[in-house]
Design a protein around this ligand. Structure first.
Ligand SMILES: N[C@@H](CCC(=O)N[C@@H](CS)C(=O)NCC(=O)O)C(=O)O
Length: 230
């Protein structure tokens, strides 16, 4: 099966959910990271120069057997099924989906503060996120982990839901979001354990070594200090 995952050259959860489950399960795929020319093509024409369709002019897009699929959740479900990290059972599948959609909701909550140019308003937004919205959502996620009691969100094995939360927590724990404390997730015991458990998986460490920049001296855009533990 021919698989190509198209995204920016960043380890953001929207792409990592697909890249990582495929990598962990030794499924071959093309990890295509767009150039600035590609981005222009996407914005102007809704496709890459080779004709690959980018349906909503946003990324990620998965090209599977020559067909383009957009939307993080849809891609996660396909890659999760291929990688055997997405349940067959309808209810269990729904439990995975609800976690992925909640990570989307958290992302959407953070977005306005990323686009805010007034520093005072931005600071207030980040303060509100850190003291209200984020802890609230983390506590809901924590409760699901507590109810399942296997260490994973659904069933007894890691699914794409766990990878989504891991990658989202890593985004926050990097400390790249000004005025959102990097240790915010740490007060949530089960989320912390989940994060550390996934970080310790040898294939995850290998993926990070291969695709995340680790040069301590670099301050470049592509230097991701996604911590191994929180
Ligand atoms: N609903 C989409 C949202 C995807 C999205 O917001 N992608 C961002 C990158 S993380 C993007 O392509 N931004 C460029 C743009 O919207 O012009 C999904 O779930 O995948």
């Amino acid at each position: 099966m021919q698989l190509k995952l198209i995204y920016f050259d960043q380890p953001f959860w929207r792409a990592e959910i697909a890249r990582l489950c495929l990598f962990i399960s030794d499924i071959e795929f093309e990890d295509y990271r767009i150039t600035s020319e590609d981005l222009n093509d996407i914005k102007e024409n809704g496709e890459l120069s080779d004709g690959t369709v980018i349906p909503f002019r946003q990324l990620p897009v998965l090209v599977i057997e020559g067909q383009s699929i957009a939307q993080t959740g849809a891609i996660a479900r396909i890659c999760g099924q291929i990688a055997d990290m997405y349940p067959n059972d309808m209810i269990e599948a729904g439990k995975v989906d609800q976690v992925i959609d909640t990570v989307t909701d958290i992302n959407v909550l953070i977005n306005p503060s990323m686009n805010e140019s007034n520093p005072d308003i931005k600071k207030q937004m980040r303060h509100d996120l850190s003291n209200d919205a984020l802890p609230k959502y983390f506590s809901y996620l924590e409760k699901i982990l507590e109810a399942n009691d296997s260490g994973w969100f659904v069933g007894d094995e890691m699914t794409v839901a766990d990878i989504a939360v891991w990658s989202m927590l890593g985004w926050i724990a990097q400390g790249v979001l000004d005025d959102i404390p990097s240790n915010l997730p740490k007060t949530f015991e089960r989320l912390t354990s989940l994060y550390n458990e996934i970080s310790n998986i040898p294939k995850v460490q290998e993926w990070k070594r291969q695709t995340y920049a680790y040069d301590e001296s670099s301050t470049g855009e592509y230097n991701y200090h996604v911590p191994n533990s929180i």
